[in-house]
Design a binder for this molecule. Sequence first.
Ligand SMILES: [Zn+2]
Length: 77
Amino acid sequence: MLTIRCAKCGRKLFRYLKIGKGELHICIKSRIEKDFTVRDGKFVKCPRCGSVVGVDIGVYIKMKKGRFVSSGTKVNK
Ligand SMILES: [Zn+2]
């Protein structure tokens, strides 16, 4: 499980089940265990500082590079 945080203020954004070794570019909604973000239309924002961290595309959230940091473990398949 990965913990994804805001790069600006460090607030927790998601707990996310990442499958595969690659870099995180998108968050598939069905794999988000906990969602702490707020929405402004299709924009996904940090609940503390309001930084836009991604864009809601429907079944997934396209994450903005450099706006978030992640830590934890990925599931290798
Ligand atoms: Zn923030």
